[in-house]
Design a protein around this ligand. Sequence first.
Ligand SMILES: *Cc1c(COP(=O)(O)O)cnc(C)c1O
Length: 393
Amino acid sequence: MNAQLSAAEIQALMQAEARHDSGVYAKRDIMLVRGQGTRVWDASGREYLDCVGGHGVAVVGHNHPAVVTAITQQAQRLMICPGSFYNDTRARLLQRLAALVPGLERVFLANSGTEAVEAAIKFARYSTGRPKIVAAMRGFHGRTLGALSATWKKAYRQPFEPLVPEFVHAAFNKLEAWERVVDERTAAVLVEVVQGEGGVHPATPEFLHGLQRLARERGALLIVDEIQTGMGRTGRLFAFQHYDLEPDLVTVAKGLGGGVPIGAVLMGPRVRELKPGLHGSTFGGNPLAAAAALAVLQVLEDEDLPARAADVGAYLRAGLTRVSGSVVRAVRGLGLMLGVEVRTKAAPFLRALAERGVLALPAGMNVVRFLPPLTLSHNEADRIIAAWADVAG
Ligand SMILES: *Cc1c(COP(=O)(O)O)cnc(C)c1O
């Protein structure tokens, strides 16, 4: 499967993409054409160890054979089936998702992370009859207007104001701040267990437990956004399971489809019964994405990937922590969701890592983030550590 292109072709296609793409993406100077497992290849045939993983999507690795087979077979049978008809593959996926966490036994299927967050916000408002959503400073929940209203970063919000009313932000890991704003008008509190885009900041157990208690006391629902932390990334299937939380709604996307777009909201008993027509999606729950997600869930179990993320993640973290260059401010994370905060801008480090065959991504201006497939081996972790030592040691 040779996807190599000539230098002239690469140049021409990069120009075409730069010219005709919307312009909303800051491009890196690499054209990726192929992936397999933990590796991706650029158009000139150069191999990289992929710690970008499509922004954390490739939890089972790129092109996992079980996912490829599942979508190939499903594509030959039926790709689209509206939610108004039953479908065998969707039924199997719903059954499987509903069995993941006791108590979260109803599921809404969407097509992306931001759509899952939109649905969770709507269901929380509907369930409580209250308008207000309290989210975390530095939190990221997506780019559509509702999810964007919950997102903290000014640069993402300001160009699109006015946003949805009744969204409030409180400091992450500071329960006192939430005690002041969560009230009898609050439908839900919305948090990530480890803030991803915001710089790889894990929540403290005290904060999460306090938030859950506060939400219960004041009649608000707890929405945990597991779009980045879910599907085994942090060493448990969902990051909230490290803390024994009982969220009312959980949003999932990224890794769930193994590269095929899909999002989901898992719902507990405090979410009111939802009526036909209340919400919906043309593509939500389509059999193609459902087949992919079913395969991913099977792979996570068969290959014991959450445990592997815990093991290799701890190893990688220890290795990154040993690189004690004066430029490093902190190493943070959980499982295979790791961030190194540097004292200068992250971008030059990302370029230097790529030159050494390792792709990583930023989280804000100063954090180099590693989101490798959970199939990463210890040897590959060593390669990442060596590359990082070379650029930051
Ligand atoms: C990526 C992400 C989203 C948005 O997902 P999209 O599929 O890009 O819409 C929402 N929340 C968190 C925590 C994320 O990491």
